[in-house]
Design a protein around this ligand. Sequence first.
Ligand code: ITT
Length: 199
Amino acid sequence: ESIVLASNNAGKVREIGQLLTEARIRIVPQGEYGVPEVEETGLTFVENAILKARHAARHSGLAAIADDSGLEVDALRGAPGIYSARYAGAGASDQENLLKLLRELEGVPENQRTARFQCLLVYLRHADDPTPLICQGTWEGRILTSPRGTNGFGYDPVFFVPTEGCSAAELDPETKNRLSHRGQALRRLQRLLEAGCNP
Ligand code: ITT
């Protein structure tokens, strides 16, 4: 039985697809079911992930996985956070969001540019599932002063990964999946599913 992936973000779909294919879990992007956009009205990552998963499960009749994620920058008191995809305004491109972030951090010294990616994954067996599986992952780094690298998506070119000495966009996809907030959350979800939390 397939699981619908409640995301329109090509970067996420690619990363989640890769990780779940390795786990032999069959997922179908929600685009294939014509699931319309849902407004992300929640005030937390977990609320938005539940909204998106429920919406996709409702429209597809399948179990659903949603990812709500974002970047928290300490010097900006946690912004852009849940607003990461629309930091430079509704419909803004990844590039516009990233340039706004660099502008906001102009003059902030390196040791005060700490940040982390958050990923909240929600799995619903069906739209009215009262006990969703919820998994989280966090990836610590700091914000560069200019973009580096072309892999990945979103803020990856400005997210410096101290353990690797390069930006997230300079990592190959396998390395990013091994380290990232999304990789961690997905491996946790996979363990729950394997442990029989999916009757
Ligand atoms: P869906 O809701 O359709 O999944 P979205 O892009 O609107 O797509 P979010 O509301 O969860 O999803 O926003 C997440 C944003 O956080 C995303 O657009 C990126 O800007 C950023 N982000 C999340 N994970 C990232 C990653 O691994 N690398 C770079 N940026 C990331």
